[in-house]
Write a new protein. Structure first.
Length: 224
C-alpha cells in the first residue's frame, strides 16, 4: 500500500523538483482569455501559432478583435484547430463584454469570483475549466483549475476516482489549501508539467516519478 500524502505535500514535492513555472504565458489579461478559449481540445503549441497571428495583426485588445469579421477571425486562429467554433466562441464572449460592460475588460474582471464565474459559464463554449482559467489567470481570483492532468495524476495517486466530477476534484484542493491566486496558479502549472513529463497518459515514467512511493498506480505497476 502506498504511504498517505496530502495535497500540500504533493505541491511541495512538485515545486522542489520542477521549480516555479511562471504560467500563464501572456502579455495581458485579454490574451489569457483568448488563449483559454483557443486551448480547448488542442496543444498549447498550436495556440501559440494562433496568438502569434493575432499579435502580428495587432488585434489582441477587446475593441480591435470585436471589429474583426467572423470569417477573418476564423482564418487567423486556424492553427488552434476547430477554428470556426472557436471564432464563434470568441465573438460570443466579445458581444457579451460589449453589451454588458462596454468592452471594459477591467470592470468585468473586477466582479466577485462567483459572479464572474457564473457569467462566464452562461456563455456558449465556456465550460468550467475555461471559466476557472479565466478567473485565476486573467482576473487573479483564488480558484483552482482542474483539467485532465489533474484527474490523471490524482486518480493514479489513489486520492480520487477516475470518474470524479469537476466540482468534487476542485473541492479537494479548495478545502485543503490556502486560498491564494498565486499559489493556485503555481500548483496547477506544476501538475500540468508533471503530467506532460512524467505521469504521461501513455507509458508513464513511474520509476522516475518523485511521487512513486505514494502512488497507487506506480505500486501496482511494480508488483505486476
Amino acid at each position: 500500500m502506498p504511504k498517505a500524502i496530502t495535497v500540500q505535500q504533493i505541491y511541495d514535492r512538485l515545486l522542489s523538483h520542477y521549480g516555479h513555472q511562471d504560467w500563464w504565458p501572456a502579455d495581458s489579461p485579454f490574451e489569457v482569455i483568448v488563449g483559454a478559449i483557443l486551448t480547448q481540445n488542442t496543444a498549447w503549441t498550436n495556440v501559440e501559432k494562433a496568438l502569434a497571428n493575432l499579435k502580428f495583426e495587432k488585434l489582441l485588445t477587446p475593441k480591435k478583435l470585436a471589429r474583426v469579421s467572423l470569417p477573418k477571425l476564423a482564418t487567423l486562429i486556424r492553427p488552434a484547430g476547430y477554428y470556426n467554433q472557436k471564432a464563434k466562441k470568441l465573438k460570443i464572449f466579445l458581444d457579451y463584454l460589449s453589451a454588458e460592460y462596454g468592452l471594459n475588460l477591467e470592470r468585468f474582471l473586477r466582479l466577485p469570483t462567483e459572479r464572474l464565474r457564473e457569467e462566464l459559464l452562461s456563455l456558449w463554449g465556456i465550460g468550467e475549466e475555461t471559466a476557472d482559467s479565466i478567473c485565476l489567470y486573467a482576473a487573479n481570483k483564488p480558484i483552482f483549475v482542474v483539467d485532465a492532468y489533474t484527474v490523471r495524476v490524482f486518480s493514479r495517486m489513489g486520492l480520487v476516482s477516475e470518474d470524479i466530477s469537476y466540482a468534487a476534484l476542485q473541492t479537494l484542493f479548495m478545502s485543503n489549501l490556502k486560498h491564494d491566486a498565486r499559489f493556485f496558479n503555481e500548483y496547477h502549472a506544476l501538475i500540468v508539467m508533471h503530467g506532460k513529463l512524467t505521469c504521461r497518459k501513455r507509458e508513464p515514467l513511474c520509476t522516475a516519478c518523485l511521487l512513486q512511493k505514494n502512488c497507487a498506480y506506480s505500486n501496482r505497476q511494480s508488483i505486476s
